[in-house]
Structure formats: structure tokens, C-alpha cells
Design a protein around this ligand. Structure first.
Ligand SMILES: [Zn+2]
Length: 308
């Protein structure tokens, strides 16, 4: 069969493939998971390792490239049973990054206290990632400093320690579903759990339009997005469906370092550069454009009442 197509036919075929690759180029997304080794309430009958292994099994089964998990070392002290989670993440061949020791909010603490908290996390990362690249920092609560002085100060500190910032350019409040889910499991309320599943996927769909809209308005293109996720029980339950959803919307999965190679993230890679807008929302404000209202606000507001 191949021979009958002939060289000209082959050349034409390759040209068509090239055209398709250009016109149907997928937008890219890097999944990242915060709050390892323990996030939110643990549903009755589950252990932390089980949640991590479920996340890892799904990510592996769906062929994702290495996914960063961001660590708060204090959880291993609070929940000794969670100590098997970070080694499991590493055994899967996935990397770990820094989320501060105690999940400290820079906006409500001094820069000095924050720096000490970051340094305290180091021994955990060095233990799990010997000789490897763990110097990616994810700000707890995404708080990058509530004053220009603090923002510049933390950048100088992180630069001196060789960090890059793991920025967030897509999220849908996934974390807020984990506590209601644990309450619904305790009550055995399967109808409410089905409602959570529906709302979770709806919030994810709406967030895609929200962030893509800002990226298109600002740059006329899709930047590679960095998605904020959390290592919670409901996230683990939903991950197969969530990955299918992103795939069905034309997304291609890349690593965090690959996504942040885009010029949009240059302020997050070079922390000696002056601070500037490094989220899509900030980039809108910097251009004098209105940030659209978050589409998941209604769903988010209702979650606290679920299974009370
Ligand atoms: Zn966090």
C-alpha cells in the first residue's frame, strides 16, 4: 500500500500533517498539586497514602509528563501517618517543590517570619529530592506580598536561594470541594456527592473560558497555563474525569518548566528582575482592563452548606 502512494503522495501527506499541526495546535496546560502530603479533611475510611496513590495512578494511566507536588513539611509532624506520601510521589518519578513549611500567608506575616518558614521546609525537600530541582516556589494562598516592599523583599530572598516561582494561571477552587466531600462521605449522602461532582466539573469548564478569555484579550493567543490543584480526596476521585475534560477541550499536558518557558512567565523565572504582572488578572489590571467576575463564585459560595 505504502509503495503505491509514491513519493509525491507521501510528501503531500506530510505537508497536510504539517498544516494540521499548525492549525490544530493544542493549548498547553501544566497540572500542579499543592498541599502535599495532607490536604483538607480526610474522609472516613481513607488514608493519605491512598489519596496520593490514586492521584499518581491516574496521572500515570493518562500519560501525563512529570507533575510537581508542592510540600508543606509541617503536615508530616501533624499527621505522622502521611509520611509515606512524599516517598510515593518520588517513587512514581514525579518531582516535589516548595510550598513553605507551615503554609504561611506572606500577606499576614512579616517577611522575616516568612523567610524562616521557607528555610525550615528545606530539610524535607533535600531528603526527598537529593541533588534534584526542588527550587520551585508556590506561594501559600497565592499571596505574593501585600506591599511593594514585601513583594520586592520576598523576590530578593527567593532569588538568593535560587528559586523560581510556580505561578498559577488557571484554577477553579478545586480545594473547596474536599471538606464538603468528607462531610458527605460521613453522612453517606450519595445524592449530595453526585451534586459535588457536577459542580466540580462545571467550575472547571467555566474556569477554562475565564482564563482563556483573559489570555486572548491580552495576547491574542493561549499562553501555556499552569493549573493549581490540591492533593485532596475529592480531587483524587475526580481526576480521571477532569483530565478527560481538558483533553476534550483540546488541551495538551506539559510540565511546569515547559509551560513557564513562555515569555509570560519571565518575571517568575528571573527573580532579580523587578516585580511586574505575572498573573492574568494582574496583567489585565496593568493594562487598565477590567478583570471579569469569577465564574465559580456561585458554586464556591454554596459549598460551605453542603452536607452540614
Ligand atoms: Zn496550599
Amino acid at each position: 500500500m505504502t509503495r503505491s502512494i509514491g513519493l509525491r503522495g507521501l510528501a503531500f501527506g506530510f505537508a497536510m500533517l504539517g498544516l494540521l499541526a499548525t492549525s490544530a495546535r493544542a493549548q498547553e496546560i501544566a497540572f500542579t498539586f499543592d498541599d502535599l502530603p495532607a490536604h483538607a479533611a480526610l474522609p472516613a475510611g481513607q488514608i493519605r497514602l491512598e489519596i496520593a496513590q490514586s492521584l499518581l495512578a491516574t496521572l500515570k494511566a493518562q500519560g501525563l509528563p512529570p507533575v510537581y507536588g508542592f510540600v508543606n513539611g509541617v503536615r508530616e509532624v501533624e499527621e505522622p501517618a502521611s509520611r509515606s506520601v512524599l516517598p510515593a510521589w518520588r517513587a512514581a518519578g514525579f518531582p516535589l517543590g516548595d510550598h513553605s513549611w507551615s503554609h504561611m500567608n506572606l500577606n499576614t506575616h512579616t517577611l522575616e517570619a516568612f523567610e524562616a518558614d521557607v528555610l525550615k521546609n528545606r530539610s524535607v525537600l533535600e531528603r526527598e529530592m537529593p541533588g534534584q530541582d526542588w527550587r520551585w516556589f508556590r506561594f501559600p494562598f497565592l499571596s505574593q506580598g501585600d506591599t511593594p516592599e514585601k513583594r520586592a523583599g520576598v523576590r530578593a530572598f527567593l532569588a538568593s536561594q535560587g528559586y523560581r516561582i510556580a505561578q498559577v494561571t488557571m484554577s477553579f477552587s478545586d480545594y473547596a470541594f474536599n471538606d464538603p466531600y468528607a462531610r458527605c462521605v460521613a453522612k453517606g449522602d450519595t445524592v449530595a456527592i453526585a451534586g459535588l461532582e457536577h459542580d466540580y466539573l462545571t467550575a472547571a469548564v467555566e474556569s477554562i473560558g475565564y482564563y482563556r478569555g483573559m489570555s486572548q484579550t491580552l495576547f491574542g493567543r493561549d499562553i501555556p497555563y499552569v493549573l493549581l490543584m490540591h492533593a485532596g480526596a475529592f480531587d483524587a476521585r475526580m481526576l480521571p474525569r477532569l483530565l478527560e475534560l481538558y483533553r476534550s477541550r483540546g488541551f495538551q499536558f506539559v510540565t511546569l518548566p515547559q509551560a513557564e518557558r513562555d515569555p509570560f512567565y519571565r518575571i517568575d523565572l528571573d527573580l532579580t528582575a523587578p516585580p511586574g504582572p505575572d498573573t492574568l488578572e494582574d496583567a489585565m489590571r496593568a493594562r487598565g482592563l477590567a478583570v471579569p467576575p469569577r465564574p465559580d463564585a456561585t458554586i464556591f459560595a454554596g459549598l460551605d452548606k453542603v452536607c452540614r
